[in-house]
Design a protein. Structure first.
Length: 478
């Protein structure tokens, strides 16, 4: 039992030392500015807080005496907060209003001063003398109850919203002119109105914010005054200003086969993390360009989009451009048409084709073959004095007894480098006519594998211009 008693004594001693240390962390001094009043006046006191710590601290002043007394500051605060620098002091003026006091007397109220970081509280007494109750309004202490709401609670800064204050006059006092004050970081307003005995009244205030107001929580403090006297205690109401973003397409700029689209993103949040999406297709992509450049994203349904991640400027705006340019397509089409026209204008009127038929084999190789040459006039006029030449390498020769066909060669010449030259002379070819020339070539030795024959050529003179066209080369496979 003795040990337990000593343990509790030590705990009590430690608690007293801790409390003493906390009490020494700050001092409170109350100075009366106006402490003797009539019942409809407001008492005033200066509350000085001395911070004995080495760090800046925040203190809360706790009201006392409610509902018979009200305490407030100017400007209104709820709760009442005071920041005091390290090893410094700060003084705040406290107004004390008797709400339900009907007797001449002296009253003492203990306000609490709390060091927020440690939650340690010191009591500070204030003494008020009521010297007369004559100033009661119509013999009654004013009693008006108020409730406050904001609609909607999530406010879009582009839209109107309402602050609704519902008042209930609980006695028979007739107020000819009351003042409703609304104060916040974004809103300040005053409304004047009467309030009849026992009346319930709703006061609505419609407000608009700047559309670019950033997302935040706004705190309003609402109070009602008769002249300078506070009738309704300050009431705090919070509401949220929400984030929004708009994507707007500006009027298109059009010129010849070119369209410029401008899309503007605006948000009230400078740190907006959304994106801009413009639908596109694989075909349209051939004619589209964007600024700034971006990637193409395909969703699960197979649709393709240009996607820009939001990067807002100092005006909380982002502008993107999509250019549709069909001019290259027209240029390509015109070049194609021009190429076709030039081809038909400048193409050779003579068409010559060379082919092989009836290939003969001997001793496992090619021994002979029939060479067929087709000449056609594809122009719209007659061609005259056409000379056709074909060539055979030295390994082959024209088989004399079979070198006929539809028309005999005009000449067969031996060329030291090119081998045999076979010539035909055609007097004329009418438009669209075709002539077939042929001969049989024979190899001096069996040719194994592939055997290549050079191209034949046709020559004609049109006016002072000589037209020459060559046929295809021919490969004979054994």
């Amino acid at each position: 039992m003795g040990k337990i008693r000593i343990f509790f004594i030590l705990i009590i001693a430690f608690a007293m030392l801790l409390n003493s240390a906390l009490a020494a962390s700050f001092d409170v001094k109350v100075t009366a500015i106006k402490d003797r009043i009539v019942v409809d006046e407001v008492a005033e006191f200066d509350v000085a807080i001395q911070n004995n710590l080495e760090t800046e601290e925040e203190f809360t002043i706790k009201k006392a005496g409610f509902p018979f007394w009200d305490m407030y500051t100017k400007p209104l605060q709820n709760p009442i907060k005071v920041k005091v620098p390290a090893q410094g002091s700060e003084t705040i003026r406290l107004f004390v209003d008797p709400l339900y006091i009907t007797s001449v007397d002296t009253y003492t109220l203990d306000i609490g001063v709390v060091l927020d970081r440690t939650a340690f509280e010191q009591k500070a007494p204030i003494t008020i003398g009521i010297k007369s109750t004559d100033p009661l309004i119509q013999g009654y202490i004013p009693t008006v109850l108020a409730t406050v709401s904001v609609s909607p609670e999530q406010v879009d800064p582009r839209d109107e919203f309402k602050i609704t204050v519902t008042l209930n006059n609980q006695n028979v006092i007739n107020y000819s002119n009351l003042t409703l004050k609304v104060e916040g970081s974004l809103i300040k307003d005053e409304i004047h109105f009467p309030l009849s005995p026992k009346e319930d009244k709703t006061v609505e205030i419609t407000k608009n914010l700047d559309p670019s107001t950033p997302p935040q929580t706004e705190k309003l403090v609402i109070a009602v005054f008769k002249d300078e006297r506070l009738i309704v205690n300050p009431t705090a109401k919070e509401f949220v200003i929400r984030e929004y973003a708009t994507i707007e397409e500006l009027p298109k700029e059009q010129s010849f086969l070119k369209i410029k689209r401008t899309i503007r993103l605006f948000s009230n949040n400078p740190d907006y993390k959304g994106s801009v999406k413009i639908e596109t297709t694989s075909l349209k992509n051939l004619f589209l360009s964007t600024h700034p450049r971006t990637e193409i994203v395909t969703d699960e349904s197979g649709k393709s989009y240009f996607v820009w991640q939001a990067n807002l400027d100092k005006n909380k705006t982002m502008v993107v451009f999509v250019n549709e340019n069909y001019r290259p397509l027209v240029v390509i089409a015109m070049l194609a048409i021009a190429s076709i026209v030039l081809y038909f204008v400048f193409r050779s009127p003579i068409v010559i084709r060379k082919g092989i038929a009836n290939v003969g084999m001997s001793e496992g190789g090619i021994s002979d073959a029939k060479v067929v040459i087709r000449i056609k006039n594809r122009s719209g006029s007659q061609l005259a004095n056409i000379e056709v030449m074909d060539y055979l390498p030295h390994i082959a020769h024209v088989e004399k007894e079979l070198s006929i066909g539809s028309m005999q060669p005009h000449a067969i010449l031996q060329h030291p480098k090119r081998g045999l030259i076979i010539k035909w002379a055609l007097e004329a070819l009418e438009p669209g006519d075709e002539r077939v020339l042929s001969y049989r070539m024979k190899s001096r030795l069996p040719i194994l594998g592939e055997f290549n024959l050079p191209a034949a050529s046709a020559r004609a003179k049109i006016g002072n211009k000589v037209i020459i066209n060559n046929s295809n080369r021919v490969t004979v496979i054994g």
